[in-house]
Design a protein around this ligand. Structure first.
Ligand SMILES: Cc1cc2nc3c(=O)[nH]c(=O)nc-3n(C[C@H](O)[C@H](O)[C@H](O)COP(=O)(O)O)c2cc1C
Length: 363
């Protein structure tokens, strides 16, 4: 069966148009990155990186700062992780008061320090407790509540359909599924068959997630599974124009192709934003280095550039290296000397545990 391509979907009164969602990514989807993605276009909903309810409800200033957003990021979902129902509900109330459009519960994080405390994907192993959390949060807020899950803990405990039904029963109004188990981490391929099964089993909107690297991937997933929305994570780090390109491809328009000059300008803009956001210049440089690595996969001289960038010690040195490399490559591109980027250029894994460390460096 082939499904029609949607143009939008709604979570109660929150309209998500186009039906493309920026995935929550710890250490990546801070306010500056989200603003950048929004400005480049094509994204219907953005989600914050996960925020600890323990930090938030114990008055941790860094955690409070992670909740900051600007009106142009909306519609915006604030994602929380935790295990204590009361603290989860307290945090949800804070998010609602701060003007969030949606509150999302993380039931997918595989990081040891999160699952060790019973949060993240650990919640998939204790569905009665998950139900208590969801009911308490639902009771305390009036805006829509959503969850993001993995398919299960491991291949022997795939619970996505059960969790979908349970969530719907608890008043949850949309579910996002990353098609991997906790044990799988980021290995192998996301299983979209399970995502399709959840879509068949529930009546709330279902957002599929996993391994969407090109507009064609998103279109294929919509057509094959009938999901309401597609969520993109690592693909947006490598190519922040992926939402615009996908939205255009879904409308039958030839997708925009950014030049290397455009990539340079976005990196420099992001650096400026990070210098304003991060507590130290070193933290801002760390974020930009991470994006530089993603932007240069498959480009000639990319490996040398990444090493130079990695060893850059000062702000000006980093700015000069970015300007110099992308200007040189941009000239070669304009002269028709560069081949189109190979697809595998977008396929490098970013491990979430690393991201947790980075998130703390600039929380
Ligand atoms: C660096 C990084 C950080 C992540 N942080 C979160 C997070 O805070 N909350 C969450 O629900 N998922 C998190 N994820 C998972 C992504 O939201 C997404 O489900 C996963 O990367 C699969 O989608 P993709 O193949 O499009 O990247 C993270 C993933 C990465 C790569």
């Amino acid at each position: 069966m082939t499904f029609a391509l949607p143009t939008a979907f709604s979570i109660r009164d929150v309209v998500i148009r186009p039906p493309l969602v920026l995935a929550p990514m710890a250490g990546v989807t801070d306010s500056a990155f989200r603003g950048l993605i929004k400005r480049l276009g094509g994204v219907g909903l953005i989600v914050t990186e996960f925020i600890s309810v323990e930090g938030l409800t114990r008055g941790n200033l860094k955690t409070h700062k992670m909740m900051k957003f600007t009106p142009d990021e909306r519609p915006l979902s604030i994602q929380f992780f935790g295990v204590d129902p009361k603290r989860m509900a307290d945090a949800a109330e804070v998010a609602q008061e701060a003007g969030a459009d949606l509150v999302d519960v993380n039931c997918g994080c595989p990081a040891k320090k999160v699952v060790g405390r019973g949060a993240g994907s650990s919640l998939l192993r204790d569905l009665p407790h998950l139900a208590v959390i969801l009911r308490e949060m639902r009771r305390r807020i009036s805006i829509p509540l959503t969850i993001k899950i993995r398919t299960g803990w491991d291949d022997n405990s795939i619970v996505a359909v059960d969790v979908g039904k349970l969530a719907e029963d608890c008043g949850v109004e949309a579910i996002a599924i990353h098609g991997r188990t906790r044990v799988q981490g980021y290995s192998g391929q996301a299983n979209w068959d399970i995502i399709a099964q959840v879509k068949q089993a529930v009546s709330i909107p279902v957002i599929g997630c996993g391994d969407v690297r090109q507009p064609a991937d998103a279109i294929r997933r919509f057509r094959e599974t009938g999901v309401d929305g597609v969520m993109i994570g690592r693909g947006a780090m490598a190519n922040p124009w992926i939402f615009r390109q996908t939205a255009e491809a879904m409308q039958g328009v030839r997708p925009y192709r950014p030049t290397l000059y455009a990539k340079r300008d976005v990196l420099l803009e992001y650096f400026d934003l990070m210098l304003g956001e991060c507590p130290t210049e070193t933290a801002a440089m760390g974020k930009v280095k991470q994006l530089c690595a993603q932007f240069t996969k498959g480009l000639p001289g990319g490996a040398i550039f990444r090493t130079q960038v990695f060893h850059s010690q000062a702000r000006l040195e980093l700015t000069d290296r970015i300007t110099d490399y992308f200007t040189r490559m941009g000239e070669r591109e304009a002269a028709g000397e560069l081949l189109p980027e190979p697809e595998e250029a977008l396929a490098e894994e970013v491990l979430p545990d690393d991201a947790c460390h980075r998130a703390q460096a600039c929380a």
